[in-house]
Design a protein around this ligand. Structure first.
Ligand code: ADQ
Length: 489
């Protein structure tokens, strides 16, 4: 048997997400250049060995003409990607409106800004209509490419209406849905005017997954309280049909980070950083510049620490790297100015002619620079106000096996459930507590650091992205088989 290849043909996996894992730039009427954006999800799914994965999603560009669409479709096919073309109006209403202005803040327990509340209430119906229309467009493309036996894995809050649309096309499709953000308490979810439609649609999937057990529990409670359905230990039951609901905590490709530390480019960066910050402890924040990441709160806590611990003022530096996102949204523009204003004030207050306490960069870093930063850091500060998981905390731990730095982690990040025993957990709203934890981290004994780091390192290197994806997909397969057996009985 060892000599014979008796494995079944590789099963196809259709990964459906709002954005394709590539950035497309138009070079001419019918020519495009594509660049793979290597996010956590991409590496996780490349690692699912027994599946042949194809991606379906929006390419992030408006392509109104047929020639352009045809050329882009052909270029993407080489990367195993299939585009969904959304026009500007749909993107405005569905993506900027319903997804980013309504679902994103709601799922992270952030209210809408006062001046936007009434306007959003008024435009709610048209935005929800666009959301459903966009989800239907995704379903049309999936249906065109679906072959019997394919596994369809839908991702995130952009596509909550998709499972229903897919099952309407073909009730035998194996459909899984995974949420990358938190699922909020049912008391929050029930304020959403489209609360029931969204829950019912997600329940059309065979398997529904979340990062943590708490999010799964909130989802089941929403289904029991809002829809009056029965919650069971396996999931949610509706007239004899079970939708399985479970937690599948994501991870990272830890080997990629660990092996990168040996690369000459990374070593070069490490040497430069060590020289640049010699004699000072390095604290690090790496976030998308988003309200949920608690960046102003983090910087204010650092100010409090400097205020209360004058001996540390010339011995520590905070490097805050924030990638701008959704830069056309006024709320995000306001956040950027607010962060700049606070950083400027603190640097003016505690800086000297030769050194400032905070270095703030509004941009993305390439992979070698990011790994080097993680490796030279003494204390990482992750102070999300809410975060589905937070992969930055995992990446930091993976790069720290020689230094054994300390992770200060928000109790409101999903990662607190997995890295909580090794990290110092904080309430990011309480800046006095965060300031105290900074002092605790900077003065922690090497034995204590070693013990805490070991716990987290073992977790990060054993619960990887590949394992996450494989577990979800095999659980989806099992769920469908069990459901078929139940119907036959
Ligand atoms: P995000 O909100 O994007 O993801 P996170 O999980 O921290 O948050 O992932 C961010 C990724 O971007 C990391 O891989 C990080 O390295 C990278 N990154 C951030 N800032 C960067 C910078 N300045 N330069 C370069 N790279 C940078 C959403 C949810 C999370 C959930 C993930 C995965 O909001 O809660 O963990 O999906 O499910």
């Amino acid at each position: 048997y060892e000599k014979l290849d008796v494995r079944p043909l590789r099963q196809r996996l259709l990964v459906v997400a709002n954005r394709l894992p590539v950035s497309a730039v138009r070079r001419g009427e019918d020519s495009w250049s594509l660049e793979i954006s290597a996010g956590g999800l991409v590496t996780a799914l490349l690692g699912v060995k027994e599946f042949e994965a194809k991606w379906i999603g929006w390419a992030g560009v408006n392509v109104p003409d047929e020639a352009g669409q045809k050329a882009l479709t052909e270029a993407l096919a080489e990367k195993r990607c299939i585009p969904v073309f959304l026009d500007e109006e749909i993107v405005h209403q569905y993506y900027n409106g319903y997804c980013n202005n309504i679902l994103w803040p709601l799922f992270h327990y952030l209210g809408l800004p006062q001046e936007d509340r009434l306007a959003t209430t008024r435009s709610f119906q048209s935005q929800f209509a666009a959301y459903k229309k966009a989800n239907q467009m995704f379903a049309d493309v999936v249906n065109q490419h679906y072959e019997e036996g394919d596994v369809v894995w839908c991702h995130d809050y952009h596509l909550m209406y998709l499972p229903k649309c897919l099952k309407e096309y073909n009730n035998n499709m194996k459909v899984g849905w995974f949420l990358h953000t938190p699922f909020p308490s049912s008391e929050i979810h029930r304020t959403l005017p489209s609360r029931s439609d969204l829950l019912r649609s997600v329940l059309a999937a065979d398997l529904v997954g979340f990062h943590t057990y708490d999010y799964a529990r909130h989802f089941v409670s929403a289904c029991t309280r809002i829809l009056g359905l029965e919650g069971t230990p396996e999931g949610v039951e509706d007239q004899g049909r079970l939708t399985r609901v479970a937690a599948f905590p994501i991870g990272i490709d830890s080997d990629r980070f660990i092996s990168a530390l040996e690369l000459p480019k990374v070593q070069e960066h490490i040497k430069e950083l060590k020289e640049r910050f010699a004699g000072r402890k390095v604290m690090l924040g790496v976030d998308r510049l988003d309200m949920i990441k608690g960046i102003p709160q983090k910087i204010l806590a650092f100010e409090k620490f400097l205020e209360e611990n004058p001996v540390w003022r010339d011995k520590v530096v905070l490097l805050q790297i924030a990638v701008p996102t959704r830069t056309d949204v006024p709320e995000y523009q306001k956040l950027t100015s607010q962060v700049h204003e606070i950083v400027g004030r603190i640097n003016g207050r505690f800086g000297t002619l030769t050194a400032v306490p905070i270095h703030h960069l509004d941009r993305s870093l390439d992979f070698p620079a990011l790994c080097a930063l993680y490796a030279v850091t003494d204390v990482a500060l992750v102070t999300s106000l809410r975060d589905g998981m937070n992969l930055v905390s995992y990446e930091f731990v993976a790069c720290q096996d020689s230094k054994k730095g300390v992770l200060i982690l928000s109790e409101f990040a999903g990662a607190a459930q997995s890295l909580g025993a090794g990290a110092i957990l904080v309430n990011p709203w309480n800046i006095t507590e965060v300031a105290d934890s900074i002092r605790q981290a900077l003065t922690m004994s090497p034995e204590e650091r070693e013990k805490r780091h070991r716990h987290n390192f073992v977790h990060v290197t054993t619960h990887t992205a590949q394992e996450w994806a494989e577990t979800f997909v095999s659980e989806l397969d099992d769920t469908v088989i069990e459901a078929q057996l139940r119907t036959k009985q």
